[in-house]
Design a protein around this ligand. Structure first.
Ligand SMILES: Cc1ncc(COP(=O)(O)O)c(C=O)c1O
Length: 397
């Protein structure tokens, strides 16, 4: 039976990761995979995570099942982290949270919930968006469409085109939004644009589905959650998919959550009952380890402030790398304006070179990136930025 299966090409992101690992050249620079790296090129375990993990191991007496919604303390802490203490939605009785296997798991749960509520719903994603949004949101049968988002001439958001397209959508259309550190462009909405978007979403009765995977790595913990906080304060229904992979460095522990804000407490109870049923049919229960660690960090005063300090340092490193990359690229490639690199947020930007140049960078200069020239700036080191800029100048200068 299985003989007839077609062999599929590797996933574009995971394919770049495998090829890079196989390359033994010590000068290699990995700007492909979206993981944070320190100046030694490592993705270290955060100190707060290590400590919370040790405390957990010392304290834990059983490995029995937790619950269908996962760790209740983690869910509550995640709602407070995303929405901020004292947010009106927390006391409204309309918010429910289910722990999920990473941000991917949360996105898939959200898509399944939408399908259960409205099988014909169309999800609108930005052009471009993170490649994995497409299978995560559409494999359950939902239709996907695109709205304009990125202005490649300015490196910012094509906000008028975005609003124009969303203003033509029928009511109950779902709009997927990146809270901050847009993947792959690094172009984010500013606070005033979030407020304008809110008015449109309300006027046209759209359902926002917000993906927050980089909270704390753009402008700051509160600032990066401006959109979800505003929308959850002002709208009857919002979905928020959260990932702890990047801001807690918990990638392989598959830690995330889906928050669902419903119009009434009764509707919220129905939504969470549906989500528990959906999760049961997909993977039954989420993995506990990462969630228990995050719970320990967010509810322990000392660990929390240690984590916040580490996160601040990670954000600062990304901002410094952006500034240094801009300086080096501006000096090496005078024909192109890279100013957008310093204006964008988070780990990603497009280098803005064609596929031929991307291949040459990979093959002749050991600099790997995605085919569309998305680079992860956190993959640079202060001591190889100059070299990187010279390589870019050689292929595209
Ligand atoms: C935009 C975006 N959303 C969600 C995720 C989910 O990540 P994970 O499932 O590893 O938590 C990622 C990871 O790269 C991402 O870039």
């Amino acid at each position: 039976m299985l003989e007839h299966l077609d062999r599929l090409p590797p996933d574009p992101i995971l394919g770049v990761m495998t090829a890079f690992r196989a390359d033994t050249d010590p000068r290699k620079v990995d700007l492909g995979v979206g993981v944070f790296r320190d100046d030694a090129g490592e993705t270290p375990i955060m100190r707060a995570v290590r400590e919370a993990e040790q405390e957990l191991i010392a304290r834990q007496k059983t490995k029995t099942y937790v619950a269908a919604v996962g760790n209740a303390g983690f869910n509550e802490a995640m709602a407070q982290l995303v929405l901020g203490q004292g947010h009106a939605a927390l006391a409204s009785g309309r918010l429910r949270t289910i722990q999920a296997p990473g941000g991917c798991g949360a996105l898939r749960l959200g898509a399944e919930l939408i399908r259960a509520a409205a099988p014909d719903a169309v999800v609108h994603v930005s052009t471009p968006t993170w490649a994995n949004h497409v299978p995560l949101l559409s494999n359950c049968g939902l239709k996907l469409e695109r709205y304009p988002y990125f202005n490649s001439a300015t490196g910012g958001v094509a906000f008028d085109a975005m609003l124009g397209a969303l203003d033509r959508l029928p009511p109950r259309s779902v709009v997927l939004l990146h809270a901050s550190c847009h993947n792959p462009t690094g172009a984010d909405l500013d606070d005033a644009q979030w407020r304008e978007l809110l008015a449109l979403v309300r006027r046209r009765s759209l359902l926002p589905f917000i993906d927050i995977a980089y909270q704390g790595l753009g402008r700051g913990v509160a600032e990066d959650a401006y959109g979800p906080r505003l929308f959850c304060a002002e709208l009857p229904e919002v979905l928020v998919a959260v990932s702890c992979s990047k801001n807690f460095g918990l990638y392989r522990e598959r830690t995330g959550a889906l928050h669902v804000l419903s119009a009434t407490p009764a509707a919220a109870d129905a939504a969470i009952s549906q989500l528990m049923r959906i999760a049961r049919g997909l993977y039954s229960m989420p993995p506990d380890h990462g969630a228990a660690i995050v719970h320990g960090i967010l509810t322990g005063e000392r660990l929390r402030s240690s984590w916040e300090g580490e996160l601040d340092a990670m954000r600062l490193r990304i901002q410094q790398l952006r500034a240094a990359a801009l300086k080096a690229l501006a000096a090496a490639c005078r024909a192109k304006d890279f100013g957008y690199i310093a204006r964008q947020r988070g780990m990603f930007s497009y280098l803005g070179v064609d596929l031929q140049a991307v291949r040459e960078l990979r093959e002749r200069h050991q600099v790997s990136m995605m085919d569309d020239s998305r680079i992860n700036l956190a993959g640079l080191r202060m001591d190889n930025i100059e070299c990187f800029a010279q390589a870019v100048a050689k292929v595209a200068g």
